[in-house]
Design a protein. Structure first.
Length: 116
């Protein structure tokens, strides 16, 4: 009896351990994210996200090109961390507390839509 229970438990654990885990992408609204971007991000990253705003001339290092591969290769969690915590050594300030979760999803979805 004990052997059957142990075998059953091992079978369940094996199935659980090899089952793929999928993490859903933010289900944000890119148009709402664009509005947030234009209000909060374009002054540094430029109207199209290429890091070419007028202010960028005065920032060292210059703002990231959000359409570039290095930015687009970041995970959504990495982008969220950068938005919320800022980036030390750059002009990227923390936006912690500035956005609700849905707004962050919208903004990240919009950033994902900006591609070279």
């Amino acid at each position: 009896m004990l052997g059957t229970k142990v075998f059953s438990l091992m079978a369940v654990l094996t199935v659980v351990s090899v089952s793929p885990v999928t993490i859903a992408a933010p289900s944000g609204n890119p148009e709402s994210g664009r509005k947030i971007y234009l209000e909060s991000c374009q002054s540094c990253h430029g109207p199209t996200g290429k890091g070419d705003s007028d202010m960028a001339l005065y920032l060292t290092p210059p703002p990231s090109d959000l359409s570039a591969k290095p930015t687009q290769a970041k995970t959504d969690a990495e982008l969220r961390t950068i938005i919320l915590q800022g980036r030390p050594g750059t002009a990227m300030a923390s936006f912690y507390g500035a956005f609700e979760e849905a707004q962050l999803n919208d903004l990240i979805t919009y950033i994902r839509s900006i591609k070279s």
